[in-house]
Write a protein that binds this ligand. Structure first.
Ligand code: PGA
Ligand code: ZN
Length: 429
């Protein structure tokens, strides 16, 4: 049973406070932390921050810490950690709000994940297996990693609008091979960028992708394509983009030069022009997935792009992992894949339900990091246990990104001959 729960404030990969929880049972101590990101939506679970400008510029989480140490801890002590849905329900009942603003989704999520780890230990099974069982399945799948190799948008200081250009080694036979292909291509890209833009072009963005001072999608894609060609992985590595277009939507226009202070209007695009651009890019490059191609409220153009059937269209802040938004998008054929960011919803149980909704509609599911990450590797086990087929956790470098990928290497090793790599079945593993 759960004997003790304590929380503390630690810092995330951006140097911003976040919450870490230690949950104790008779089997030991289980630690988890909440990630944090830039893009947020109105239906998203709320991250509780202190707002005290004198401490960490208002971003402290001492109120969330207090909620865990007092109210949540009191409610959960004595519970069986294997009963994930009951534990999560107790926290929801205690919070009573729709968006978890009372206790804080950051507080609730860290406890929910710590309890999940404790539940696996209680059953003496690996975490990914426990998660699979919680979702009512027994099969597990190693996801195709979506490595961020070029950073832009809100994640980097260059003029590039698109937030992440990623590579997917779908042609690898194992996760380990995918890791090698990703790493080699990343380093090849570094050499290409150094030659073209000098060493400063290899400075990296928040998720570890290179951030050369380029300004068009095409320039970024050309660099990545050249790196893939040079490593000889042509055909085996596909490309994905997270456009995060909510960041540069101005009314009905999209500003592809949104980070530049001088606006000529030359780089404004209508929704229709954006679709034309995506169709052309998908024809010219091996692009298989586009995340958040339009504003979070632009359901119409997202749907029009999806109808072209040229690639996977992933909803991030369009959906916010909110079941109501997911259901609407399924009914209206708005997009065809779900971005799984745990802290958008706040509990393991609700995340499992959202994935089930998406899978039942034959959608793809991308397990995702946030730009503000921690040393917690939970999402690696989550991706395997829920067989999402895809995971994006940033570049194949930087500790807070690699804890996820390295954990996947360990899981594959542990599964041995039973390990299944999603590979070409990444969309519907
Ligand atoms: P975020 O970015 O964590 O800054 O929201 C990740 C993403 O958009 O997928
Ligand atoms: Zn995104």
């Amino acid at each position: 049973v759960i004997t003790k729960i304590t929380a503390r404030q630690v810092l995330d990969s951006r140097g911003i406070p976040t919450i870490e929880v230690d949950l104790y049972t008779n089997k030991g101590m289980f630690r988890a932390s909440s990630p944090s990101g830039n893009c947020t939506g109105i239906y998203e679970a709320v991250e509780l921050r202190d707002g005290d400008k004198g401490r960490y510029l208002g971003k402290g989480v001492s109120r969330a810490v207090k909620n865990v140490n007092e109210r949540i801890s009191e409610a959960l002590i004595g519970m069986d950690p294997t009963l994930q849905s009951q534990i999560d329900q107790v926290m929801l009942d205690l919070d009573k709000t729709e968006n978890k603003v009372e206790l804080g989704a950051n507080a609730i999520l860290a406890v929910s994940i710590a309890a999940c780890k404790a539940g696996a230990a209680e059953k003496e099974v690996p975490l990914y297996k426990h998660i699979a069982e919680l979702s009512g399945k027994t099969s597990t799948v190693l996801p195709v990693p979506s490595f961020t190799v070029i950073s832009g948008g809100a994640h980097a200081g260059n003029n590039l609008a698109v937030q992440e250009i990623m590579i997917l080694p779908v042609g690898a036979n194992t996760f380990e091979e995918a890791m090698q292909m990703g790493s080699e291509t990343y380093h090849q890209l570094k050499a290409i960028i150094t030659e073209k833009y000098g060493t400063s072009g290899c400075n990296v963005g928040e998720d570890g992708g290179f951030a050369p001072n380029i300004s068009s999608f095409k320039e970024g894609l050309d660099l990545v394509k050249e790196a893939i060609d040079q490593t000889g992985y042509n055909g085996k590595i596909k490309i994905a983009m997270d456009v995060a277009a909510t960041n540069f939507c101005l009314g009905t226009k999209y500003d592809l030069d949104f980070k530049s202070p001088n606006k000529s209007g030359q780089n404004f695009r209508t929704g229709e022009e954006m679709i034309e651009m995506y169709v052309q890019l998908c024809a010219d490059y091996p692009i298989v997935s586009i995340e958040q191609p339009f504003d979070k409220e632009d359901w119409e153009n997202t749907k029009l792009l999806s109808a072209h059937g040229i690639c996977q269209v992933v909803g991030d802040d369009l959906l916010m992992l909110n079941p109501k938004c997911i259901e609407r998008a399924i009914n209206e054929s708005t997009c065809n894949a779900l971005l799984l960011k745990m802290n958008q919803i706040g509990t393991v149980t609700e995340a499992i339900k959202a994935v089930k909704l998406a899978k039942d509609a034959h959608w793809g599911v991308v397990t995702s990091h946030r730009c503000g990450e921690t040393e917690d590797s939970f999402i690696a086990d989550l991706a395997v246990g829920l067989a999402t087929g895809q995971i994006k956790a940033g570049a194949p470098c930087r500790g807070e990104r690699l804890v996820k990928y390295n954990q996947l290497l360990r899981i594959e090793e542990e599964l041995g001959e039973r390990a299944v790599y999603a590979g070409l079945n990444w969309r519907l593993p």
